[in-house]
Design a protein around this ligand. Structure first.
Ligand code: LLP
Length: 418
């Protein structure tokens, strides 16, 4: 569900025609719909309203502070994976007691920052990290609340780059040795063991991997309980997929029902770290057609956005629908939609049936709200694009387009060349 719809053959974000935003802000730009963001957050969160739970939006999916502020105002917490994300969350007034800190390589500075902020819990990914957290906590005279991120060795049946819960991946602690480490951690003075955590991958379109992982985690939870270690939090990570094209992932309420049924005898607070399911379909990348070029047996539609703005098609061969902002009677052609970057991998679609657009036409690359802007770069010295939030009939730029000066702001010509 989202609020990008055609009215009189023109594509709108809620009440605002995309042509209006293109004119005022320029292209390319990301456009997010606040009504969609709010709806997605509420649907997910309300699906668990009858059990103790905390929805910790995964900041990495889209870290704009306006979005973090919105989710915080809806009662959400966040999942962060770096000092930078923690900084953003605190700036957006997310309550520290609703922040969980994940990630395989937390630095000493990041751990210190999180301890000083009094976050809810660290999701610890190795014994070495546990020791470092303990050292820093004792130095600061604090007690660090932790969960161990357990790797349940489950195949999430998604793209290999976003599968994290298999034994061969770098993530989490092997479930076979987790019990030992829990019992050890429980006796470390500046560590308070309060939870168990797992995240098996992203863009999951089946329920079964979630439930298989939960079964394994439950066994561990119960073994620990039998040994007198009662855990308060069960963090099941994120990972629920969204429809980009033909796929039909489980609806959040279906996911919630299955998880609640499986976890009902555990009597603990559930934590979730959804990212994509909240923001993915709430955003688009608006781009303009620069040129058309006839290749062998296909047409190249060259647009002003590129792989540096949205890398998912290049990196994962991810499918994103591409819609004309103004629908017109046009013949269909088989086209590659490509950007201006000097790489063959710079494409948004290959061999796609597209209306024969013309130079100057606007296109909307759909489902770009998650892992879009956050993965963008300055490759080819392209300034990063603007981000716009639409709310009903209003819209506002929530991140300015970078300018050329921004590109070199932190660079310096060494003295010996001056
Ligand atoms: N929690 C942890 C520990 C994670 O590693 C992730 C995502 C999430 C939560 C949120 O997962 P989600 O609900 O969004 O699936 N760049 C890739 C996705 C990478 C996901 C990384 N971890 C893409 O564009 O598909």
């Amino acid at each position: 569900m989202h609020h990008f719809h055609y009215k009189n053959n023109k594509l709108y974000a809620e009440g605002v025609p995309l042509t209006e935003i293109a004119e005022a802000v320029g292209t390319p730009c990301y456009i997010y719909s606040q009504a969609t963001l709010t709806h997605h957050f509420k649907v997910f969160d309300n699906a668990f309203s009858d059990v103790p739970h905390l929805t910790c939006y995964s900041v990495k999916a889209n870290s704009n502070i306006a979005l973090l502020k919105l989710f915080a105002s809806l009662g959400g917490g966040v999942d962060v994976v770096s000092g930078g994300e923690l900084f953003r969350a605190l700036k957006a007034d997310v309550s520290p007691k609703k922040i969980v800190f994940s990630g395989v390589g937390k630095t000493e500075d990041e751990i210190k920052m999180a301890l000083e902020a009094d976050i809810l819990m660290f999701n610890v990914e190795s014994e070495a990290e546990l020791e470092t957290i303990h050292e820093i906590a004792s130095h600061l005279g604090k007690i660090a609340p932790i969960a161990l991120r357990v790797n349940p060795d489950i195949d999430p049946k998604t793209h290999p780059y976003i599968s994290t819960g298999l034994k061969k991946s770098k993530f989490g602690i092997d479930i076979k040795i987790a019990e030992q480490l829990y019992l050890k951690a429980n006796h470390i003075p500046h560590i308070r063991v309060i939870g168990i955590d797992c995240h098996i991958g992203s863009q999951l379109t089946l329920l079964s991997p979630f439930l298989d992982a939960l079964e394994r985690i439950k066994l561990l939870y119960q073994k620990l309980e039998a040994q007198g270690l009662k855990l308060q939090y069960l963090d099941l990570g994120g990972g629920l997929g969204i429809p980009y094209g033909e796929e039909i992932p489980p609806h959040p309420t279906e996911y919630a029902q299955a998880i609640k049924a499986a976890a009902q005898d555990l009597n603990c607070t559930l934590i979730f770290e959804p990212g994509r399911v909240i923001v993915g379909n709430a955003g688009i990348l608006l781009t303009k057609v620069l040129y058309l070029k006839q290749g062998k047996g296909k047409t190249f539609i060259i647009v002003d956005a590129a792989m540096n703005d949205l890398i998912r098609p290049s990196l994962y061969h991810a499918h994103h629908e591409i819609k004309p902002v103004e629908k017109m009677e046009r013949p269909l052609v088989v086209a590659d939609v490509v950007g201006p970057i000097c790489e063959t991998g710079d494409f948004f679609a290959q061999g796609r049936k597209m209306p024969l657009v013309q130079s100057g036409d606007l296109l909307a690359i759909m489902s770009a709200g998650a892992y879009g802007f956050v993965m963008s770069s300055n490759y080819n010295s392209r300034p990063r694009v603007a981000e716009v939030l639409v709310n009903g009939d209003r819209y506002q730029v929530i991140r300015k387009r970078e300018c050329y000066e921004d590109l070199i702001r932190l660079e310096k010509i060494p003295e010996w060349m001056a």
